[in-house]
Design a protein around this ligand. Structure first.
Ligand SMILES: [Zn+2]
Length: 145
């Protein structure tokens, strides 16, 4: 994993979401500041594609490995009870996976994240910075399974 300052938007579709934290094997890990889900991130495939089944088996597998490693670091960084993995693409078809850490003290911890009763607002900058630092550090420290 390499830290970097800015991820490029997709040259084909222009997709870009979140604040870049790191470049992974075949994707970028980006942070989404969301007070409802501290630690929320998105993993975006470097290559433009709109469906997982369009990827070669090797690329699909590498993307899953990137998602898994990022999810593990996020879960540990914010002590989540469960990670949610969302691959939708209805609005932005470029292959990306939302990683949403869930906490038992949320208003509705057992329902899909998108049904949270509150609107998204950003975390305090100091809280976001601490979470980002922990995610990057944990991702770097934990060997791939
Ligand atoms: Zn794209």
């Amino acid at each position: 994993m390499t830290e970097f300052a800015s991820a490029m938007a997709c040259a084909t579709c222009g997709f870009k979401l979140g604040e870049p934290l790191a470049t992974l094997t075949v994707s970028d890990l980006c942070f989404v500041s969301d007070h409802r889900f501290p630690g929320r991130c998105v993993v975006t495939l470097h290559q433009h594609a709109t469906e997982l089944f369009d990827l070669s088996p090797a690329l699909r597998s590498a993307f899953a490995d990137d998602v898994s490693a990022a999810a593990r670091a996020i879960k540990l960084a914010v002590n989540a009870f469960k990670m949610n993995y969302e691959i939708l693409g209805n609005a932005d078809p470029h292959v990306h996976c939302h990683l949403i850490p869930r906490q038992l003290d949320e208003p509705k911890p057992k329902v899909p994240a998108w049904l949270h009763p509150e609107a998204q607002t950003e975390l305090a900058a100091s809280q976001a910075d601490e979470i980002k630092r922990r995610i990057v550090a944990l991702h770097r420290e934990i060997p791939a399974a």
